[in-house]
Every structure is written in C-alpha cells, then in structure tokens.
Write a protein that binds this ligand. Structure first.
Ligand SMILES: C[S@@+](CC[C@H](N)C(=O)[O-])C[C@H]1O[C@@H](n2cnc3c(N)ncnc32)[C@H](O)[C@@H]1O
Length: 246
C-alpha cells in the first residue's frame, strides 16, 4: 500500500471539512482537492504562516481552487479556527517545520485536537531524524541537512527539527489522541530540483553569516556536497505516516 493510500485508508471524504496543515508547495492541497472532487464535494482549508505560498498554490490548483480557502495562521495558535469544526487534518512534511523550537510540535498537536470534531482524524507524515547515513545513498542528504541546520543556527537560531515517531506518538497521547497507527516508508530519490533549491537557499543563508572565514568554509562545503550529488545521486531518509483519532 502506498503512503497516500495508507493516509486515507477507510476514510470517506465526501462532504468533509479538511485542514491541510502547512500549504508550502501545495502538493498535499492539490492531492486532497482532487480526492475531494472525486468524492463529490467538501471543503479544504489550507493553512500556512507564510502567505507567500498562496498565489503559487492557487495557480497549481487551477479550477480545483474553488474547493480551497487559504488561511494565514500559525499552527500552534489558530484562534481563526473554531473548536470541533474540522473532520480531517493532514499535516505533510510540516511537523518538523513547526517544531523549529522545542515543544512547538506539542502546541500544534493540541491545536489540532481542539479544532477536530470528536472522532475526527489527524494524519501526520514526516521524515525520520537522520543524524548519520545508514547507507551510502543517504550521505548527500545527511550532509546537506547538517549544513542547512548549522547555517540556520548561525543566522536564525532555529531550524526544522524532525521527530522520532515514538516521541510524536507519546506527545499525541498526552494531548488526548487515540487509535494511533504508524507505518514506515522508504525515502525517494533526491531530485535535481530539490538539490538546486537547497543550493540556492544555502547561498542566501551563507551571505547572512558575519564571519568571512566561516562563509568561505561553508561555500566550499556546499560545492563539495553538490559535486557528490552530481556524481553519486542520493535519497531522502525514510519517513513515517501516523494516523490517529480524537
Ligand atoms: C515543507 S512545507 C509543507 C509542504 C506541503 N505540505 C506540501 O505538501 O507541499 C512546510 C510549510 O510549513 C510552514 N510552516 C512552518 N511553521 C509553521 C507554523 N508554525 N504555522 C503554519 N505554517 C508553518 C512553512 O511556511 C512551509 O510552507
């Protein structure tokens, strides 16, 4: 079973109010909107703290945009969203972004719990933390992510922080969620598009570092990782899907 099939296994989407938690590149909003259309209706609210994601998301959705309302909000505090109003929340590749400071993921879980109807579903999927490569194909990913985190720490003092499923499950239970199911999936290939975006973002971030020697050292490292990717390719870490109910 694919991860997306596992996410929606046994859930009838017809007429549901769905929250896509973390619009980003809108891959999930697009997929959910197609599913909702096939199921004959319903509505999606797609939430991101960065409203700059919305115009591109609307463009990607085309006619399906009529099923979607975009809302600028912080997933850790959403006074705009009524309690017990949502049937299904999908949070794809975003819980690590929310968790850019310790315990923020718990705040988001508690907001998800508050806004879900009784019996409503929360589906979270995210990468496993990968502190070191367990196979050679993971080396590029480990290096590029360590580099991103080191630079982010220097310029912003915070960065995406992945969570082990056991710890996320513990936190979800504390908040009140039940019927928790977890499944692991293998990571896909790192595409040249992903790597190019990473390189561009790293260049912008390196320019914000004060120390000139550090800047040069990071430049060299980024070039070295890029070269390794071009020669050997790479894969994302494994990821997990966690399903639970209020
Ligand atoms: C990797 S992207 C999400 C990808 C998206 N789900 C998809 O399927 O294409 C992570 C998003 O989370 C958003 N984000 C990070 N922290 C957030 C927060 N506290 N509240 C709302 N959105 C947040 C970022 O702005 C970013 O757009």
């Amino acid at each position: 079973m694919s991860s997306r099939d596992f996410m929606l296994k046994g859930i009838n989407l017809r007429g549901l109010l769905i929250m896509d938690a973390g619009t980003g590149a809108a891959n999930t909003t697009f997929w959910l909107a197609k599913k909702l259309k096939e199921a004959d209706g319903g509505k999606i609210i797609s939430i991101d703290s960065n409203p700059e994601t919305f115009p591109e998301a609307k463009r990607k959705l085309g006619k399906l945009a009529e099923l979607v309302e975009f809302i600028e909000a912080d997933l850790t505090c959403m006074p705009q969203i009524e309690s017990e109003s949502i049937d299904l929340i999908v949070c794809h590749a975003t819980i690590c972004a929310v968790n850019n400071r310790p315990l923020r993921a718990i705040k988001a879980l508690s907001e998800f719990y508050r806004t879900l109807k009784k019996g409503g579903w929360l589906i979270i999927d995210d990468e496993y933390p990968l502190p070191k490569a367990l196979k050679p194909e993971e080396e590029v990913q480990v290096k590029r992510w360590q580099t991103y985190k080191s630079i982010a720490e220097l310029v912003d003092g915070e960065h995406y922080t992945e969570i082990y499923p056991e710890e996320l499950e513990f936190a979800a239970k504390l908040v009140g969620f039940k019927d928790i199911e977890v499944q692991k999936f293998e990571g896909e290939s790192l595409s040249e598009e992903v790597m190019s975006e990473w390189k561009e973002e790293m260049q912008e971030m390196v320019n914000k570092i004060d120390d000139e020697d550090l800047k040069i050292a990071f430049w060299k490292l980024i070039k070295k990782i890029w070269k390794k990717y071009k020669e050997e390719g790479g894969i994302f870490p494994p990821y997990y899907v966690m399903r639970m109910r209020k």
